[in-house]
Design a protein around this ligand. Structure first.
Ligand code: PSU
Length: 303
């Protein structure tokens, strides 16, 4: 019995030939951005990966199969779809077994990438411990996935709507290497600074690739979290975004928003409260992560 994977021919050829491939998630398309910016960003990210010398593989579940690499029309269909499950480790199999359409979060994309033999994955920001997690226990399955699935995930940190100190404490406990690139601090998604010192700093794609390969030689099961600061010209400074985030969280609480709905609700409200600046920043950081992920994938295939 093998996993129901359907690789796009271009992705299958690249993997077969040992060429660099970068996995991309789809929850950012279905639950992270409004239409049409979601599909425009997805296309730009794929183009960015190609321009940086790798093959993009956007991942989603359609008609009972994990699709690894989507055609243009499929990206558009996903971006417009109304009934899409937001898939994590817990519901990936159910979605496949029932033939529903699902977009993959960081956790589910890591599982799919590993099954397909893709080592590097670019996203925007991972999920983590929500503020108030000490009461609600609302902690993303992304963290546990990083601890058990050997994929290097390139992010701009964890989304700044979260409790960042708790999120990074948990990653430390789980044995996940958190690597900052180009600076000593962990970035905070829309902002370059978080006030948190990164446990590890590596400034080159080659070093990150070498660390990935060394983990395999040691038989360590988990992945690496690369935190790449948003480009300076696109960032929203922490002090500025923090006030907006606090307002958005208060609104979510007042409306009783819970579980999987929290992150999409907050991202959408923050988009309104910043007059779209948060979305422009989100786009810029994902593109930058796609470039870095392609460099790491290239370094891995040379190594
Ligand atoms: N990066 C973005 N926007 C997003 C996400 C990542 O720029 O919407 C998605 C990822 O798929 C991630 C998910 O796994 O948000 C986290 O959701 P939650 O906090 O519900 O675990």
């Amino acid at each position: 019995m093998t996993a129901p994977l359907a690789l796009h021919p271009e992705v299958a050829e690249a993997l077969h030939a040992g060429q660099p491939v970068v996995a991309l998630e789809s929850t950012i398309i279905t639950h992270g951005m409004p239409y049409p910016q979601n599909v425009e960003t997805a296309r730009e990210v794929e183009a960015e990966v190609r321009a940086a010398g790798a093959v993009p593989a956007t991942i989603a579940v359609m008609e009972g199969r994990i699709r690894v690499g989507l055609a243009e029309a499929e990206l558009e269909r996903l971006a417009l779809a109304e009934e899409v499950m937001k898939l994590s480790r817990a519901d990936l199999a159910v979605c496949l077994a029932t033939g529903a359409t699902g977009s993959t979060t960081v956790a589910a994309t890591m599982i799919a990438a590993r099954l397909a033999g893709i080592a590097v994955f670019a996203t925007g920001g991972i999920g983590g411990a929500h503020r108030g997690a000490e009461e609600s226990f609302d902690i993303s399955a992304d963290l546990h996935e990083l601890a058990q699935t050997a994929v290097t995930v390139v992010s701009a940190g964890a989304k700044a709507i979260l409790d960042l100190p708790k999120t990074f404490e948990l990653l430390e406990t789980l044995g996940v290497p958190v690597i900052a690139v180009g600076q000593d601090e962990i970035p905070a998604f829309w902002s370059r600074q978080s006030g948190l010192r990164a446990p590890i700093r590596l400034d080159s794609a080659e070093e990150i690739a070498a660390a990935h390969l060394m983990r395999a030689r040691l038989g360590l099961p988990g992945g690496q979290l690369v935190t790449n600061p948003i480009p300076a010209e696109a960032e929203i400074p922490l002090a500025e975004i923090e006030a907006v985030v606090a307002r958005a969280i208060a609104t979510a609480e007042a409306q009783g928003v819970a579980a999987k709905a929290v992150t999409p609700f907050l991202l959408d409200l923050i988009f309104d409260l910043t007059d779209g600046r948060s979305l422009a920043a989100n786009r810029a950081l994902v593109l930058s992560n796609a470039r870095l992920a392609a460099s790491i994938a290239r370094a891995l295939t040379k190594g």
